[in-house]
Design a binder for this molecule. Structure first.
Ligand code: NAP
Length: 679
């Protein structure tokens, strides 16, 4: 059997293993499988390459360019799934496990690609929140903006997800415009190497935007500056060691840690045996114990159930676990493969003996179990193990010992407060789940346990069909948790991108803010063109282009006609005395929707042209009522332009309605889709 040489990709070149290379075993056979690492890797040159070449190349692109690149990369990787699956078996993972890692990673990239296009501007600066009025006359305003960090993102990943672990960090990093240096855990780095090679060979990545360290990372972390960021995933022990280095602390290097946690799952008191919720609970617990052989940071380590149902939970879970086939993960009927290495097996068994000090083993035997098609003495196989802790209040180690394998501890609770107290004893977790059909239990858990858990996952008969699983971090939702879980946060849609950008408060005149944000700010210059803006294509329209309409009187007949026509006979429009009794109105006033319709009638250019559709209104506010006999006029300004697809883009218009005295009566943002025309 040839030994794989796992290379690094450093400053534009592939570097083979050399002095100091580490051996990697095949999880199924325990045999030497690959080697990785080279003490002579020039990590200084790698950082320079990222900072000097990768960063500038990425920063030239807009968020939309980068999002398109992510989509293309995800599509490209999708074509190589089988090759990645084939290689991944050596890590001990089954085909189902591969799908979590490989398909899950690619799916995460697709989500960031789509969110980048839909939720970020086609620009290099990301605006945060609204403009802040800092002065009385509006000539000095404030806004918050995000710009990409100008260094490198160092991603140090755990062994359990060689592809997802890389892509879930890489997607938001590249979208932010920051180059990445990925350092996977050595035990499974050969899978990451293949995924990196596929991405680099695609030619889709700008030069310098992705590098790979297989094996040790040398003293790279001692060379980081405030413009670099470390995203770490792994054990609490390693995280502590790395983040507490004096260089990292002295230079305030951003260090985000996702580490192990003692995640809990609570069975609601309503979910008695025989209910759909009881079955859901058992199914989820079983899945979390066995998938990836329990090597998931989000796996359920503590199963918290009402005292009265402990026996039933142990019975039902043991029954399911006894049906879990263990063995060669390449075989179709095998449900659980080995741990990643014999080292990992030793670590798990050590932790199991610690748990045994406070809990009784009620299912599984680490030394005796059936396995299909393998030699369990050679590969890193263990059986699933279930402990029962009878005295969880006085126990310590069941709440702080993570056996990173198919191991979980059941403990009983007296009432909901007690269940929450036990869940919170993990001192900060990535996820806690509650299986209940009782909405009050769910609310109580959020109020009393929310602060201790990065994610709270509720499941019951209503959601089970479409629920995504206790252990699955989703790109839309934040992943991370306080305290023991590392205090970090990843994913969560665009929130994950902003971790690689610096937020700055910008203060200045409306014109300065308009130029920086590429978005018109009231008070800034209003541009006048000779033709109506509705006759001008997306590319012809300029930010700040403005028209003022003629005034139009709103008569009592208009109000009555509108009321009759729409059926909206609300008393403020129809009954003078009742309207007068209302603190908001001087007497009868025009319907707000009548004003919006008149506004459209005033500014719309009716001929067929580049405006395809009105797709919505945002931030609508009625500020001053309009009485019968008053007139209104409208100011319409191009606020922002965002390409949407190959045919058309979205134009966001700032619309202001004034009364005859130039007082603001209503304000909103109008959205239209416009054809592009020639650039
Ligand atoms: P680990 O031993 O802590 O290693 C994590 C990463 O740190 C690996 O890439 C490792 O590289 C690297 N590393 C170790 N020492 C280093 C050093 N001195 N300088 C630079 N890098 C160093 O964890 P693991 O065994 O790979 O993963 C299992 C643990 O990760 C479990 O505790 C699990 O709960 C946790 N985990 C957490 C999450 C999460 O999202 N919160 C996800 C997955 C796993 P080498 O392999 O080359 O040593």
């Amino acid at each position: 059997m040839t030994i794989l040489d796992v290379k690094s990709f450093a400053h534009g070149e592939w570097v083979a293993p050399g002095k100091g290379a580490r051996n990697i075993e095949n999880a199924i056979t325990g045999a030497l499988f690959a080697r990785a690492g080279n003490d002579n890797l020039d990590v200084t040159a790698m950082l320079e390459y990222a900072r000097q070449i990768g960063g500038p190349n990425l920063r030239k692109l807009t968020f939309h360019d980068r999002a398109r690149m992510l989509k293309a990369l995800a599509l490209h990787l999708s074509q190589y799934k089988q090759a990645l699956y084939d290689l991944s078996f050596a890590t001990g993972a089954t085909l189902t496990d591969h799908k979590i890692d490989i398909d899950g990673g690619i799916g995460t990239m697709f989500v960031f690609a789509s969110k980048g296009r839909r939720e970020m501007p086609d620009s290099q600066i990301y605006l945060d929140g609204d403009v802040e009025q800092l002065s009385r006359d509006g000539t000095f305003l404030g806004h918050h903006v995000y710009t990409p960090m100008q260094g490198a993102a160092i991603h140090i990943n755990a062994f359990n997800f060689p592809v997802w672990g890389m892509l879930e960090k890489l997607a938001p990093t590249l979208l932010a415009g920051v180059p990445a240096i990925v350092k996977p855990a050595t035990a499974t780095c050969y899978v990451t190497e293949l995924a990196v090679k596929i991405m680099l060979d695609s030619g889709l990545l700008p030069k310098g935007s992705l590098q790979l360290v297989s094996g040790g990372i040398s003293n790279m972390l001692d060379q980081l500056t405030c413009q670099d960021a470390v995203g770490f995933t792994g054990s609490a022990q390693t995280a502590f060691k790395l983040r507490s280095s004096s260089h990292i602390l002295k230079n305030s290097v951003q260090f985000v840690a996702e580490q192990d946690s003692l995640n809990a799952s609570i069975l609601g008191a309503d979910a008695v045996p025989g209910t759909p919720e009881f079955d859901i609970f058992i199914k989820e617990a079983h899945r979390e114990i066995t998938s990836k052989a329990g090597q998931k940071c989000t796996a359920i380590r503590r199963i918290i159930a009402p005292d009265s149902h402990i026996e039933a939970v142990i019975d039902a879970l043991s029954k399911r676990l006894s049906k879990t086939t263990i063995g060669d993960p390449q075989l179709d009927d095998v449900r659980m493969g080995p741990l990643v290495s014999n080292n990992q097996k030793r670590d798990v068994l050590e932790k199991v003996s610690i748990l045994a000090e406070e809990a009784e083993l009620v299912y599984g035997d680490p030394n005796k179990f059936d396995a299909i098609g393998v030699d369990t003495q050679k590969g890193a196989f263990v059986s699933p193990m279930l402990f029962h802790c009878q005295y969880p209040d006085t126990a310590e180690r069941v709440h702080d010992t993570e056996a990173f394998g198919p191991v979980s501890t059941i403990m009983g609770y007296r009432n909901l407060d007690h269940a929450i107290e036990l869940a919170n004893r993990g001192a900060g977790s990535l996820v806690a789940s509650v299986v209940t059909h009782d909405t009050q239990i769910a609310r109580e858990v959020v109020m009393s346990a929310g602060a201790f858990h990065g994610r709270l996952y509720f499941n019951n008969r209503d959601s089970v069909k479409e629920s995504t699983g206790h252990g699955s971090p989703l790109p839309h939702m934040v992943h991370g948790g306080p305290g023991r879980a590392g205090g970090g946060e990843e994913l969560g849609g665009i929130r994950g991108v902003l971790h690689y950008m610096q937020r700055s408060a910008i203060q200045g005149s409306p014109e300065i803010l308009t130029a920086i944000g590429e978005q018109w700010v009231p008070g800034s210059i209003e541009l006048t063109e000779s033709t109506h803006p509705f006759t001008r294509t997306f590319h012809e329209l300029k930010i700040g282009e403005t028209i003022y309409t003629e005034p139009r009187e709103v008569t009592i007949d208009n109000i009555e006609h509108f009321a009759q026509f729409t059926g909206d006979n609300f008393y403020a429009h129809m009954n003078e005395k009742a309207a007068k009794r209302n603190p908001f109105f001087p007497g009868r006033v025009a319907h707000g929707y009548l004003l919006l319709s008149f506004a459209a009638g005033l500014f719309v250019e009716p001929s067929e042209g580049p405006v395809l559709a009105n797709t919505g209104l945002d931030k609508l506010r009625f500020l001053k009522p309009i009485e019968p006999g008053e007139s209104i006029k409208v100011r319409l300004t191009v606020k922002r332009k965002t390409p949407r697809n190959d045919e058309y883009g979205e134009v966001r218009w700032h619309v202001s309605l004034f009364n005859a005295g130039d007082e603001l009566a209503a304000e909103y943002e109008l959205l239209t889709m416009n054809t592009y025309g020639c650039e």
